[in-house]
Design a protein around this ligand. Structure first.
Ligand code: ATP
Ligand code: LTN
Length: 331
């Protein structure tokens, strides 16, 4: 059976970007690919590459797990777990550090961006992060990895690492394929449409979180940066802010951008934004209601236990074989 796998790190409150770029795609794929297994995890080990407050980290990890379910994942068909509860991720991550080169890690734009923001106190794990991410994926022999556009480079490196291992030690890991959505793979910041919408951004007007209430959503959309052209068309070069809003609309409603442009071609930005605000409110409020039920439930804990057990079983066996291939230990 083919396996689809993805993860989200609990570094902040989930944004609309995370939903449209990753979670929504995951739900769609699950409905479409009925013959696949779905592994989904909370990448808490990745979160600590930057400083986290322990109580907040734990709360956010659970929030993400609950949010995955609230967004419509099928409980029966999802193996949901928390990365740090499976030791083999780190074990394989370390092994993969010996199969990736400094030069390759230095080229990663996510590292360069994050390191640039920080200047000092850049941790070693922020640098080696892609080796752990590769481990997350190939530990389970995932075939497909649905992610947003920003993770494309990490996926390419994962493929390089897996192939390199296979070439030296003999075929062992599945080389995964990324699945990146055509629309919504890169939702931009509402205040600065040149940057991607990010949960670790300081200015909270730039992003919509999955927990924002209806009034906040409407306000943030209303104050989203557009331009002075005043004409509704899809022109990402010259009307970046508007193009981003059209993309959000299209991705949230599963409609074509062209169709939306057609509908609003004679409208003002103000009217278009009012409607988009309602689209997002109608999208997020029902998810929030479900989230509120799930977060308190024993069922969430039971699903995470089950996910941990299934994932752990696979990971344990895979690592035993992996160490044997490499020549680690006595047998
Ligand atoms: P941070 O902003 O703290 O670096 P992040 O949101 O980029 O975090 P994750 O939470 O791990 O990182 O991302 C989870 C998934 O959401 C990934 O597949 C990522 O590609 C996707 N994603 C994140 N931001 C966006 C965005 N603005 N548009 C589309 N997809 C996104
Ligand atoms: N690196 C990703 C999160 C992540 C991930 C993964 C995604 C960690 N491990 C495995 C897909 C598969 C990020 O920063 N968004």
């Amino acid at each position: 059976m083919k396996r689809v796998l993805s993860g989200i790190k609990p570094t902040g409150t989930l944004t609309l970007g995370n939903y449209l770029g990753a979670i929504k795609q995951f739900v769609k794929l699950q409905r479409k690919m009925t013959d696949c297994e779905f592994y989904l995890f909370v990448a808490d080990m990745h979160a600590i590459t930057t400083r986290q407050v322990p109580s907040e980290l734990r709360k956010r990890s659970l929030d993400i797990a609950a949010m995955y379910l609230a967004c419509g994942l099928d409980k029966e068909r999802t193996i949901l777990f928390i990365q740090s509860e499976i030791n083999e991720h780190v074990e394989l991550g370390y092994i993969l550090q010996s199969n990736v080169y400094m030069g390759e890690l230095e080229r990663m734009t996510q590292f360069k961006d994050k390191a640039q923001k920080q200047e000092t106190s850049i941790t070693a794990s922020l640098f080696t992060y892609p080796a752990l991410m590769a481990a997350d994926i190939i530990l389970y022999d995932a075939d497909y990895v649905p992610v947003g556009d920003d993770q494309k480079q990490h996926l390419e490196l994962t493929r390089t690492i897996a192939s390199r291992f296979n070439n030296y030690y003999g075929d062992f890991f599945t080389v995964p394929e990324p699945i990146i959505p055509e629309v919504g793979a890169r939702i931009m910041d509402l205040q600065n449409p040149e940057k991607k919408m990010s949960k670790s951004e300081e200015n909270d007007k730039g992003y919509i979180t999955m927990f924002d209430d209806a009034e906040t959503i409407r306000r943030k959309i209303r104050s989203a940066v557009t331009d002075s052209e005043g004409v509704i068309r899809f022109d990402p070069q010259n009307q970046q802010g508007l193009a981003n809003l059209l993309t959000i609309y299209a991705s949230a409603t599963d409609r074509d951008i062209e169709d939306i442009v057609n509908q609003y071609k004679d409208s003002s930005y103000k009217d278009f934004k009012e409607d988009l605000g309602e689209v997002i409110v109608n999208l997020l409020v029902p998810i929030q209601e479900k989230y509120n039920e799930i977060i308190k439930s024993q069922e969430l804990q039971d699903l995470l236990d089950r996910g941990r057990d299934i994932a752990s079983d696979y990971a344990f066996k895979k690592m035993r074989k992996c160490k044997k291939k490499i020549g680690l230990g006595r047998k």
